[in-house]
Design a protein. Structure first.
Length: 114
């Protein structure tokens, strides 16, 4: 199993970023996927999840209306579109198979600052 996140960077408050996570080593289309984020010294936080077929999505209250999770099963990729970014969104972002806690990728850093 390999999960490779990308798309992070430095953005001003109110800006947007699109994160990508390319998965390999498992049958991607049969797994729900979840985006998490973590600030150094704090617990990992669930951000958004999507079912295997993409029909069901859930979001943390803190990102509802601003973030959108999606997936492309043909490309083994899950995305996180982040709009109206706030400084409190600053974190390392990770993707993971829903309900799994192994084979974490390196994550991608998102920094929201003026």
């Amino acid at each position: 199993v390999q999960l490779v996140e990308s798309g992070g960077g430095l953005v001003q408050p109110g800006g947007s970023l699109r994160l990508s996570c390319v998965a390999s080593g498992f049958r991607f289309s049969t797994y729900g996927m979840t985006w998490y984020r973590q600030v150094s010294g704090k617990e990992r936080e669930l951000v958004a999840g999507i079912s295997s077929g993409g029909g069901n999505r859930n979001y943390a209250n803190s990102v509802k209306g601003r973030f959108t999770i999606s997936r492309d099963n043909a490309k083994n990729t899950v995305y996180l579109q982040m709009n109206s970014l706030k400084p409190e969104d600053t974190a390392q972002y990770y993707c993971q198979r829903t309900s799994f806690n192994n084979y974490w990728g390196q994550g991608t850093q998102v920094t929201v600052s003026s």
